[in-house]
Ligand binder design. Structure first.
Ligand code: MG
Ligand code: MG
Length: 248
């Protein structure tokens, strides 16, 4: 069941989203060679709590940390540990926060110092794919339009879109209906309505789309070891078009 949000509820979600955007900006400024994933996790948790938020991911299905920390060939769901970022890495971090009962969900891939042209292209393509998906979040469009737009950007750049993980509705729960795949056919699926809120989140690999689960049963890496990037925003469907809630 897709739970539509009232204008008042959207404002509450926008507050949660803005706070999360501040947390991500602050953490982005701390990213440099030598900083450990654990330090970044602690920093993000502190930053959320200082602003009155609670980390959505901590304890979610038993996840042991406040952010998902996924460097280089890791796609999603990395558990932050003592590993240190190094010059030339890319680092995908996924953040969720609850403020006054409302969830916000956003992910960002960061460059650590100077990165390769190939890694830069991957990040640019993933952000462009997210923007293309967000642009479809209008009343009257269909759910399949989003995945189709996302997939088109990625595959026309010669990269591949991860299939096993999808975007999702969001609100009082972190994951609500509908599921929002990053691939699909335009013109298919339910018609988008005012008041829907979805987390749009393409995960893009330079190589093949296949992934592999690590032994910790959380971290997911690309099957072929190629680099992966992940960008995500929480987006509302409004009469005026898409409204990005996880923006500053
Ligand atoms: Mg997320
Ligand atoms: Mg999400």
């Amino acid at each position: 069941m897709i739970v539509k949000k009232t204008p008042e509820q959207l404002e509450m979600m926008a507050r949660a989203g803005k706070v999360l955007a501040e947390v991500i900006k602050e953490m982005g400024e701390a990213i440099r060679p030598g900083v450990s994933l654990k330090e970044l996790d602690e920093m993000a948790e502190r930053s959320m709590r200082l602003r009155g938020g609670v980390p959505s991911f901590l304890g979610y299905n038993g996840f042991p940390a406040s952010i998902c920390a996924s460097p280089n060939d890791m796609v999603v769901h990395g558990i932050p540990d003592g590993r240190e970022l190094k010059e030339g890495d890319i680092f995908s971090a996924d953040f969720g926060l609850i403020l006054d009962g409302w969830h916000a969900d956003s992910a960002h891939t960061f460059a650590v110092g100077e990165i390769s042209a190939e890694a830069r292209k991957l990040m640019d393509v993933t952000e462009s794919a997210l923007a293309a998906g967000i642009a479809c979040c209008r009343p009257g469009n269909r759910l399949g339009d989003i995945g189709h737009a996302v997939q088109e950007v990625i595959e026309s750049a010669g990269m591949s879109v991860v299939r096993e993980f999808v975007g999702h509705g969001i609100g009082r729960s972190l994951h609500e209906d509908p599921q929002v795949p990053n691939y699909g056919k335009a013109g298919r699926g339910p018609v988008l309505e005012e008041g829907w809120v979805m987390a749009i989140e393409p995960m893009v690999n330079i190589g093949g789309w296949q992934t592999r689960l690590l032994d910790d049963q959380w971290g997911v890496v690309t099957a072929d070891g190629s680099l992966s990037a992940h960008f995500e925003h929480t987006v509302a469907v409004t009469a005026d078009g898409p409204r990005i809630l996880t923006a500053l």
